[in-house]
Design a protein around this ligand. Structure first.
Ligand code: FAD
Length: 398
């Protein structure tokens, strides 16, 4: 029979990889971390993410800055624009984030961040074991151990602690928190990428641009060292929704059509229309979010429980503050600190959950509020535009 690991992490997305890396590096007393991922190979969706200083500070402490140096992009500013006129509404300078927050504001392709995390986990393989192509099916308690049945393994995986980092449709959450609902918000997200050299010079902007319109917004920014433009559009008007089949297990939907996107956005200014039309392919899926966490128990079952949640499994949120992965990395850091202080014990998970739930709840609420501000219509929109001119911190990061 396998030896019991101290910690079994389900899911090797950005959150699970970060948790395995942080625990192996920061809690050297751990006997072993098992990280299981159902996918046969690590594959991130072809899209970018914005990385606030709360995230890049962790990159630095986990030695990820060097591998990401040529892949991340420093946009220098976040610029809010009116989607219909293209007029600049507000500008948040991010060049001084290093001085203000102790870490930079960067954008990166998700696959580049995932690859850097996976390479760093491989460097600590004596303490953290990544098992690809391994799907957790059921769990059971045996004294002070958790046993997890996993396909295609013939024997259960054994561990003292279980961390569900298995995303929006978490199997760990469904098993131990069966009443939690993660509703469809009624919004659609659309994403695509285009090589910069395929865009006319006038559309090659280095900044993060947020194009705000009634009941929609579009965010665009460079990734891969500035060589690709990443574009994400968010619309409240449904148009044809992806079917459950299209959504698949990972919640990434099927193809999107430009004509459906433009129908959902309504009229947009020429630079934005040209940018959207330049995308060679679009993917589209439903946005899901859980209501802000109400207490420790939303991330942790009982005071003496060896089971907890991390990242989107715990606190899926609307992507309007660009902080879902940021919170997953903060969770990972807090988990490692709790394990270093309390060993592989339920007390460590209780400390972790106590430290994290309020911060995650605040960010979930701020993400939802940003959606209301970004998508404002009528008189609220005019007030929002005025406010952005004098206080661009509305777009600031926590
Ligand atoms: P996931 O990435 O979902 O990983 C879960 C993993 O668990 C998957 O690999 C899955 O295969 C695996 N798994 C599931 N079930 C099992 C099982 N039974 N057994 C084994 N493995 C299993 N965040 C930011 O910080 N900045 C941004 O700019 C940003 N932009 C976004 C834009 C959009 C449009 C969206 C939708 C999200 C955005 N986010 C952003 C949020 C961010 O993408 C997520 O919060 C983050 O990726 C969640 O990571 P995770 O590891 O918790 O979950």
């Amino acid at each position: 029979m396998n030896e019991a690991a101290d910690l079994l992490i389900v899911g090797a997305g950005l959150g699970g990889l970060a948790a395995a890396l942080a625990c192996a590096r920061q809690a050297p007393g751990l006997r072993g971390v098992d990280l299981v991922e159902q996918a046969a190979a690590l594959q991130e969706v072809g899209a970018g993410i914005q990385c606030g200083p709360n995230m890049t500070r962790r990159w630095r402490s986990w030695d990820l800055m060097a591998p990401l140096r040529d892949l991340a992009h420093a946009p220098g500013a976040v610029v809010a624009r009116d989607a219909a006129s293209g007029r600049e509404l507000g500008r948040l300078d991010t060049r001084d984030f290093e001085a203000r927050y102790g870490a930079p504001y960067l954008t990166v392709h998700r696959a580049d961040l995932q690859a850097a995390l996976a390479a760093s986990v491989a460097q600590v393989s004596d303490r953290a074991r990544l098992m690809l192509g391994t799907r957790i099916k059921t769990f059971s308690s045996h004294g002070d151990e958790i046993h997890a049945e996993a396909a295609p393994l013939s024997e259960p995986l054994r561990a003292r602690l279980l961390m569900g980092a298995d995303g929006l449709r978490s199997a760990v959450r469904s098993r131990f928190w069966p009443d939690v609902r993660v509703p469809d918000t009624g919004e659609l997200a659309w994403r695509g990428m285009v090589p910069m050299h395929d865009l006319p010079e006038r559309l090659r902007r280095p900044e993060v641009q947020a194009w705000l319109g009634p009941r929609m917004h579009v965010v665009s920014y460079p990734v891969r060292g500035g060589e690709w433009l990443n574009v994400a559009a968010f619309t409240e008007q449904h148009g044809p929704l992806p079917t459950a089949d299209e959504e698949g297990h990972g919640a990434w939907a099927g193809e999107g059509r430009l004509s459906d996107l433009l129908q959902a956005t309504g009229p947009v200014c020429t630079p934005l229309a040209e940018t959207l039309a330049a995308l060679p392919a679009l993917r589209r899926w439903r946005v899901h979010a859980r209501a802000p966490l109400r207490g420790v128990s939303d991330m942790h079952l009982r005071a003496d429980s060896p089971i907890a949640l991390l990242g989107d499994a715990a606190h899926p949120m609307q992507p309007y503050l660009a902080q879902g992965a940021g919170m997953a990395l903060e969770d990972a850091d807090a988990l490692a600190q709790a394990l270093a202080a309390h060993g592989a014990t339920p007390t460590a998970l209780a400390r972790y959950a106590q430290q994290r739930w309020q911060r995650n709840a605040q960010v979930q609420a701020r993400a939802a509020r940003n959606g209301r501000i970004f998508h404002a219509a009528g008189p609220l929109r005019l007030a929002r535009n005025l406010a952005l001119g004098v206080r661009p911190q509305l777009m600031d990061l926590p």
